[in-house]
Design a protein around this ligand. Sequence first.
Ligand code: ADP
Ligand code: MG
Length: 253
Amino acid sequence: MAALLEVEGLIKRFGGFAAVDGVSFAIEEGTIHAVIGPNGAGKTTLFRLLTGLHAPSAGRIRLAGRDIAGLAPHRIACLGLAQSFQLTTIFPKLSVREQVEFALTAQSGLAWRMLAATPSLFTRRGVRAAAEVLLAEVGLSEAAERPAETLSHGDQRALDVALALATEPRLLLLDEPTAGMSSFETERMVAMIQRLARARNLTVLFSEHDMDVVFGISDRITVLHRGRVIAEGDAARVQADPEVAEVYLGSTA
Ligand code: ADP
Ligand code: MG
């Protein structure tokens, strides 16, 4: 099976310092893939390279066989890679439904693609119907008319995911999706990620601190340390890796 995302020898230098230092890995379509590693390991920098927010210093990134390294973020989004960002605070007074409808219609770079795939998005009723579906998927149907700023932290992050899904990605990136969440909110977010991955055949790449979350839902895990991959495999393999144990013990000491 061909990988949906292939990363090869990826490097990002800031001055003389390599935050991402020769990273290679691949993600199979339809899987949930975690990137873990202590603070400063290079996870966020890696995500920014994938979404086009940073240009790589060297290396290759292929999405569905197509070279996307160094493309502008909106081009990469058009090709099917989206990251969930904390966007709901930009228009805090807009209702949850308005935010989602805005995301569905305001992506000018995606307009042609939507027209081809979903012509109904060019009607008012079509947008409303698409928003209903998205809100149901992330569990926010009941909260649809509330201003985004009145949502709990967990619900705001769920709304962020809905906004990312509005671009119809094949690959969804989540950088620490459960950061700052209560254990209840964490459980809900994890269940949502799993549900979305199954229902949409969505591929998910996420970074995460909570090891219960990582080992609970990941098909595959890549461990970063100082910008390099030190281990990769399923939960059992990564848990049994002595270098991983050392890095984690070292980082909490
Ligand atoms: P993580 O997300 O794993 O905690 P980051 O990717 O945020 O790690 O950071 C990796 C390293 O790169 C850190 O040492 C950080 O200070 C450094 N770094 C990140 N972004 C920049 C930048 N824009 N300029 C200089 N150094 C950076
Ligand atoms: Mg980070």
